[in-house]
Design a protein around this ligand. Sequence first.
Ligand code: NDP
Length: 484
Amino acid sequence: MNAPQSAPYQHLVDGRSVAASTGETLPMIDPSTGAVFAHIAAGTADDIDRAVRAAQAALDGTWGRTPAAERGRILQKLGRLIEDNVEALAWIEAQDTGKTITVARNDIRVTARYFDFYGAAADKLHGQVIPFLDGYSVSVLREPHGVTGHIVPWNYPAQQMGRTIAPALAAGNAAVLKPSEDACLSCVRIAALALEAGLPPGALNVVTGLGEIAGAALTSHPGVNFISFTGSTEVGQLVQAAAARNHVPCVLELGGKSPQLIFSDADLDAALPFVVRAIVQNTGQTCSAGSRLLVQKDIYETFVARVADAFRKTRVGTPAMDLDCGPLMNATQLGRVQKFVADALASGIPLLAEGLLADGLPSGGYWTKPTLFGPVPRDHALACNEVFGPVLAAMPFDDEADAIRLANATDFGLVGSVWTRDGDRQQRVAKRMRCGQVFINCYGAAGGVELPFGGVKKSGHGREKGFLALEHMSITKTVIHRHG
Ligand code: NDP
């Protein structure tokens, strides 16, 4: 892969690979070993300022005049370049995040698909003509916001980049991306590939570094016209406050505590692998992880026993071992997950099953086992709060009304699933669940590039993915022409 980076990984600003203004770097830690394996530029407010200016200059120059169809061609070419480099990018992603190589390969393919999808859609974002008074013509134009700021987390760096950057560029914005300090190498590589694909310098800039320095500088920069953030509820609040101070719109995607509802008439053989994968995949570090297993009480014992058996067979290993999941992201995550488990045990909640750690794992890695608890009291922290680890909380429910009450009982509302053979109930429950996506007799959706996604309540607001993201990444202007 022809990327201009050499260690340490540098920012990509105005089409050039540059060091931090201070020359300082941050170590990158391999979650499987706990060892430093690379360094990144430690971005500053000055670096962010340079990137925002470069983005504005791109809008004032070539990029701002590039027709939508040409923008689309460039993005689709980037999608092909990512596909051509799946293997190299997947290993970068796997080492950076600890995820299994199969998941990493899938992530990179989904990333390519974002650029392909939004590239194909770029020239299909049309305005409207509105019939109005005699002697008038009214058109509603769709225009880019301008400079868009994007902050993505460490759990799916490449995918999250594709998800937020591809629609932004397709809609004609120029972007500044601040990926997570914990995992950002694939983002820097993909930005370099974007130049190869023909994206003009400055249309996409990547500044690496700490959230509280580079991230905060980006969200408060007066030259940024739109903010897209994925991460924790707490930082989401800071981002929204910063956006409010500058009067700019923002999309927030903040995680969840998503329920998987299993009714007694469900196809349990079909449900079982989905239930396990929804929480074990990516070591539970997925905003849409199915972290609450709600089972109708007459089948609770038997179905949860089957889930426990499946949990005991899950295996944790390095990316190259390619088992069910890898390590957690960092020492903070490990401490967080261990605290949830310890608190649940101290509360006397039965630990029903644990997965296995593979033999010979590096001792410095952030290892944890998939863990099943149940029945978890409805008001316990494990039933209400996001663990962001492979810990599943099982709870029984009485009937449909109770299931809906329980499904909606947390502060979050990102996704949910309902498993039942009753078609009327499928629709009733889907309509009453307070969340942004409902899966009926399935969970997760192969990346779901074309499916609008986002939350309600503390899971955030605004929508990503699908055509709706293009609409969010643009703004209308109504032009009223009196011509007599
Ligand atoms: P954060 O919210 O801290 O990080 C998400 C992104 O925001 C990162 O790029 C981070 O940069 C950046 N950031 C941090 N502080 C600021 C700031 N003040 N202003 C602007 N940007 C900032 O999440 P964590 O990594 O700390 O994870 C903590 C918890 O958040 C997890 O356990 C999980 O519950 C939740 N989470 C949810 C995710 C989701 O997909 N919805 C993804 C990740 C986390 P940097 O990493 O460099 O600090």
